[in-house]
Design a binder for this molecule. Structure first.
Ligand SMILES: C[S@@+](CC[C@H](N)C(=O)[O-])C[C@H]1O[C@@H](n2cnc3c(N)ncnc32)[C@H](O)[C@@H]1O
Length: 270
């Protein structure tokens, strides 16, 4: 079953403001993989479950055309409001029914998204649309993250862990696929040329305000907000206070380093 937790307009606007673009390490990994299997210039890349387009926009320099798709109209509307690029279009549609021709796609990506899809149907659709030797790249960050600031990293990371613990009753079962590093998804990919890369560590400099914004993009936070709105808002306010106290600063514009671990599954159609 596909799972739809990203439909709200406010959720989509948080996405546009606070979602992180895929790190360079992931882009390099995917492009090196593709380079060994397809001739340049690369034609069409399709980024499925694109949200507000951060992951689609990262593909623009390397492909003649990029299509970003998402089942949520609200996410696609926000994506369209971001800077326009002539070789990038967005469409609202299900991952399991992509609006592209058979054997027309060089690369299919899904960033923090494939675990939400109906995997069996999606893989059939991927097989239909990929060219021979076309590639897929499904990658995601893991829920646990570290926050670094001067000598306060341990305490800040502990606060982040406690936020994750508070949100744990609202975690959808599909997130288990993320926790296991997409192993189950890797196992059902029908191609023999495939690999799973774990523990790709990436650091992002961002303001504390952006870290708090990022928490609000998590599906589990949005579920918490629906079920217990006051408690959810309180969690954010308390977290902000704790961060500021630990860092001994007064502004949420203060820059910290957020460290994420990514996993990536790559495969190529025969
Ligand atoms: C965690 S977000 C990731 C968005 C974006 N790729 C990013 O990294 O910021 C997952 C996205 O998958 C989309 N999604 C979930 N199920 C889908 C489906 N069956 N078909 C297409 N998109 C889907 C959601 O609407 C949501 O925007």
């Amino acid at each position: 079953m596909a799972t739809r937790l990203f439909e709200g307009k406010l959720h989509a606007s948080h996405y546009q403001k606070y979602r992180i673009s895929p790190p360079q390490e992931i882009q390099d990994l995917i492009l090196n993989y593709l380079d060994k299997r397809l001739k340049k210039p690369f034609g069409l890349a399709v980024d499925v479950g694109c949200g507000t387009g951060q992951s689609s926009r990262s593909l623009i320099p390397y492909f003649q055309n990029v299509l970003g798709t998402d089942i949520s109209e609200a996410q696609i509307e926000e994506a369209k409001h971001a800077d326009g690029f002539p070789n990038l279009v967005y469409k609202a549609c299900a991952a399991e029914e992509l609006p592209v021709q058979d054997a027309s796609v060089d690369l299919i990506t899904a960033c923090a998204a494939v675990h939400w899809f109906n995997i069996e149907k999606f893989l059939k659709e991927v097989d239909r649309v990929l060219k021979p030797h076309g590639c897929l790249a499904f990658y995601t960050y893991l829920p646990d993250m570290e926050v670094h600031y001067k000598d306060r990293s341990q305490q800040l990371t502990q606060v982040m862990k406690e936020v994750q613990d508070a949100l744990s009753p609202y975690v959808n079962e599909k997130v288990q696929l993320v926790r296991s590093g997409y192993k189950e998804i890797f196992d059902v990919i029908p191609y023999t040329d495939k690999q799973r890369v774990e523990n790709i560590v990436s650091s992002f400099s961002m303001s504390l305000k952006d870290v708090l914004g990022l928490i609000q993009t998590f599906s589990m936070y949005q579920t918490f907000l629906k079920v217990e709105p006051e408690k959810a808002k309180d969690l954010l306010e308390t977290t902000e206070k704790r961060f500021l106290e630990i860092m001994q600063v007064s502004s949420t514009e203060t820059i910290v380093e957020l460290q994420h671990n990514y996993n990536c599954v790559l495969a190529s159609k025969p």
